[in-house]
Every structure is written in structure tokens, then in C-alpha cells.
Design a protein around this ligand. Structure first.
Ligand code: EPZ
Length: 422
């Protein structure tokens, strides 16, 4: 079990290249199942979640290999075991997005029902509702979703909205299934996240017929077959947002390379309101802060709103603003495991339901803290960079799920982070 020892406060300065997106890579890896052949993914990050998804695909019958250049080759010629085992799905909920492609390719699938999650209740009822409307029969057996479409899938008009708005992986599942359905499917209240737009563009490259990409209304004309393809994964906007917050919390200056600002307007808007400078530069931007931070209100929403995956990092940042900020979590109302840990570092946070009042403090004080989930752990690392003393972050495996060796990318910028096995 690794821990991080983080010396603070530090000031970050320099350039960092943003990696390919985890949340774009996973659905595209699943999309490879839709065709019988070899797909190539470029720019896939080295993360534990990607390795786990690779294990899942191998279990289905795929063969995976990685070139020295880091290209991921997925050979899906054979899918002889359309089953997503509990042992893998329990480690990564995103495994659920093999369900739609397996049904489209094999006409049946068994996928372990995802269990509990530190960020809150995460049902998959909307995924199942959408697939049922494409003609899938679904039963729950011994914790497994048993899904069948013996006569294939049939296109339908489907409303995919839920209590918290659209669903990202639910859209991915139904979209991928609809590509090989008979006739036309219209998905209303589809997720508009850049990762979903990217998936749709990749599917079209495989021969699918999808229009309305990037909008809440997707139209899919089903086709008989899809071909394997070669794809370049888009940059990770959540990783980019995390490095932007790192520059801001340390009063530093960072040049982010390979970062698409057009996918991050809500984030950039909030940073500028706080008093952080964000300037477009080359294929990325320069982020810096010199003055004090202005408190702001942040409400998380589905894209193009402010991403829930940056809520924790911005809470750490606003803990040092000059005044009270309000953070409202409207996507995962219980996603606040980091609040108590940040308060251990002398932040002044008060949670009331899905809202946290962030009363700005002059400084954070180092302490041993516990990571609980991917983005909460990123927030604790940011707080450690700004805090006085040595912060020890436990359960670093959470951060390795979504950030590739983050200490090796922060230390050259001026951080003092050591990874130790305990
Ligand atoms: C994706 O999860 C991301 N994961 C999450 O990132 C991200 O937080 C989330 O989208 C929201 O942006 C991946 O892309 C792998 P949702 P997903 O379905 O698709 C409710 C990270 O840190 N809902 O859009 O699972 C749900 O409970 C991860 O990288 C239903 O009620 O999220 C939530 O409140 C964490 N029924 C809301 O919708 C359903 O069937 C949005 O969830 C599905 C979802």
C-alpha cells in the first residue's frame, strides 16, 4: 500500500503535458467489441483502470497488446465469453459499458451488477431502461445482469434523462448498441460530454451513422456491420483541470500542453472569477496566480456545466480564498468524502446536504489524511502542496486509477512528493 509524503508549501512552475483521457479511453475500448478485427488506440494513458478494462476485454475473448510507442491494439475477432465477471466489475464500475456492445455483437451478455461506490449511489437503471427499449430482455440473477436480444436490436425513440440529468456511460451503452440495431434510434437527453462526442466520432469512423453529435439529441441509423478503426484519444480535461488548480493553489505558473480549452469553458470561467489567469498558448494554455483568491459559488452539472470530477479539487482551492464560497454537488449529491479530510488540514468546511460552505482560511496545515476515491485523493494532494509541513496521503492507489505517476509529473514542477510503500 503506497502513501505520499508531501512537503509544503511549494510554488509550481514549468510545463506539463496532459495525457489522453481515461474517461474517453474506456468507452472506446468497449466500442472495439462492436467490430470483428484489430482496433488501434493511440494516446491511452497508463492507468490501473485501463489495465483492469484490458483484463475485462481479454476475459471476453479479445487479445490486447501494446506497442513500444504506447499504442493499444485490441483484436476483437473472437468474442467467445460475453460475461463481465464480478471480480473485475467490482474493481471498476465503468465495466458496465461493455453491456451495449456485447448485446449488439453477440445478442446476449451477462455483466455483474456494479456495487456500492464511495462517491454515492450509482444505479444503472437508466442504462437498462434504454437497452430494454431497443428490444433487450433483462433479468437480474445472482448479482448479474442477464441480457438477451435473440432477434437482434430494433431502433426506437428513447428518452435517457434521469433524476440528475443525463448519464454519461448510460448514453455510451445505448449509443453503441443502437449502431447495429435495425432502423433508426433517437436518444433524447443524451450526455453531451466531450468523451461521448469523441466516442460517437470514433463509431462513425468504424462505419456507424450518428448525427447530432455533441447535442442532447443523437440520431443513429443502424448499420449491418462495423469495421475496426484507429483512434487518437482526446486529452484528459479533468487531469488538465487538476493541474490548473495545482498552479492556482500554489500561486504558481504552469504551461499545460495538449489541453483543449474549448472543452473546459465552465472550468476556465470559474478560475478567472477566482482571480486566476488562464491564457491560451499553443496547443494548450498558461495558468498562473499572483494575487489573493476571490470566493465564488460552484454548482456541478452535466456538461457543459461545471464537472463533478473537479468539485473536490476546487474545494481544496477555495479553502484558501478570502471569504465564503458555496459548493453545490448536483450530480453525485453525496460526493463529499474529502470534506472531513480537508478539515483535518485546518480547512473550514461545513456540509449541509448536497451543499458545502467553504469559509476561506489563511493557511492549511499538514496532517495525515485518507484518500477515499480518485478525485478526492487529487484534492488532498493539492492541499498538501499548499499546506505547511508534511502531509501524508494514505491509499494512493485511488489516485493511480486516474493520474499516471502524478508525483513524477509534479516534482519536476517544484513539488516535493515521495511515494513510499507501507
Ligand atoms: C461518468 O460516470 C464518469 N466515469 C465519472 O467520472 C463522472 O463523475 C460521471 O460520468 C459524471 O460526469 C467515466 O466516464 C468512466 P453518470 P457515470 O451515469 O457515467 C445517476 C471519475 O472520477 N444515474 O453520468 O457512471 C447517477 O447516480 C469518474 O473519473 C442514475 O440515476 O455517471 C449520477 O447521480 C467518477 N441511473 C448521475 O446519474 C443510471 O442508470 C450521473 O451519473 C445512471 C446514472
Amino acid at each position: 500500500m503506497d502513501v505520499f509524503r508531501i512537503e509544503g508549501p511549494v510554488r509550481l512552475c514549468g510545463s506539463v503535458r496532459i495525457n489522453g483521457s481515461k474517461n474517453a479511453s474506456l468507452p472506446i475500448m468497449a466500442a472495439a467489441i462492436l467490430s470483428a478485427g484489430k482496433s488501434v488506440l493511440k494516446g491511452v494513458p497508463n492507468l490501473s483502470d485501463i489495465s483492469v478494462f484490458g483484463e475485462l476485454l481479454r476475459q471476453l475473448g479479445c487479445r490486447l497488446s501494446k506497442t513500444p510507442a504506447g499504442d493499444l491494439h485490441i483484436d476483437s475477432t473472437v468474442i467467445n465469453n460475453p460475461v463481465g465477471e464480478y471480480e473485475i466489475v467490482r474493481r471498476m464500475r465503468a465495466s458496465i459499458c461493455i453491456l451495449g456492445p456485447l448485446l449488439a455483437r453477440c445478442g446476449r451478455a451477462e455483466v455483474s451488477m456494479p456495487g456500492g461506490c464511495a462517491i454515492g449511489d450509482r444505479p444503472v437503471d437508466i442504462h437498462l431502461r434504454g437497452l430494454k427499449q431497443l428490444g433487450v430482455r433483462i433479468n437480474l440473477k445472482n448479482g448479474y445482469i442477464v441480457a438477451e436480444a435473440p432477434h437482434g436490436l430494433t431502433g426506437r425513440d428513447i428518452f435517457l434523462g434521469g433524476p440528475f440529468g443525463s448519464t454519461v456511460l448510460g448514453t455510451a451503452n445505448v449509443l453503441m448498441a443502437a449502431t447495429l440495431a435495425k432502423g433508426r434510434t433517437i436518444i433524447e437527453s443524451a450526455a453531451c460530454e466531450p468523451e461521448i462526442a469523441h466516442l460517437a466520432n470514433c463509431l462513425n469512423k468504424m462505419g456507424a451513422k450518428i448525427t447530432g453529435i455533441g447535442s442532447p439529441k443523437l440520431t443513429i441509423e443502424g448499420v449491418k456491420q462495423l469495421q475496426p478503426g484507429e483512434f487518437e484519444v482526446i486529452p484528459d480535461r479533468i487531469e488538465a483541470g487538476t493541474f490548473m488548480a495545482a498552479a492556482a493553489i500554489t500561486k504558481g505558473e504552469l504551461k499545460l500542453e495538449n489541453c483543449q480549452l474549448e472543452d473546459m469553458m465552465a472550468v476556465v470561467d470559474k478560475l478567472r472569477n477566482i482571480g486566476v489567469t488562464v491564457e491560451s498558448a499553443g496547443d494548450g494554455c498558461v495558468v498562473s496566480r499572483t494575487g489573493s483568491m476571490t470566493p465564488i459559488d460552484v454548482t456541478t452539472q452535466p456538461y457543459p456545466g461545471f464537472p463533478t470530477d473537479l468539485q473536490a479539487q476546487f474545494m481544496a482551492l477555495l479553502a484558501l480564498a478570502e471569504g465564503n464560497s458555496i459548493i453545490i454537488e448536483k450530480v453525485f449529491p453525496d460526493r463529499f468524502m474529502h470534506v472531513a479530510e480537508l478539515n483535518r488540514m485546518a480547512a473550514n468546511l461545513r456540509k449541509e446536504g448536497p451543499t458545502v460552505i467553504v469559509a476561506g482560511v489563511k493557511k492549511l496545515i499538514a496532517a495525515p489524511v485518507m484518500a477515499s476515491d480518485l478525485r478526492a485523493s487529487a484534492a488532498l494532494v493539492l492541499a498538501g502542496l499548499a499546506a505547511e509541513g508534511t502531509t501524508v496521503v494514505n491509499r494512493v492507489y485511488h489516485i493511480d486509477r486516474g493520474y499516471e505517476r502524478i508525483e513524477e509529473r509534479l516534482n519536476p514542477l517544484g513539488a516535493k512528493i515521495s511515494r513510499e510503500s507501507v
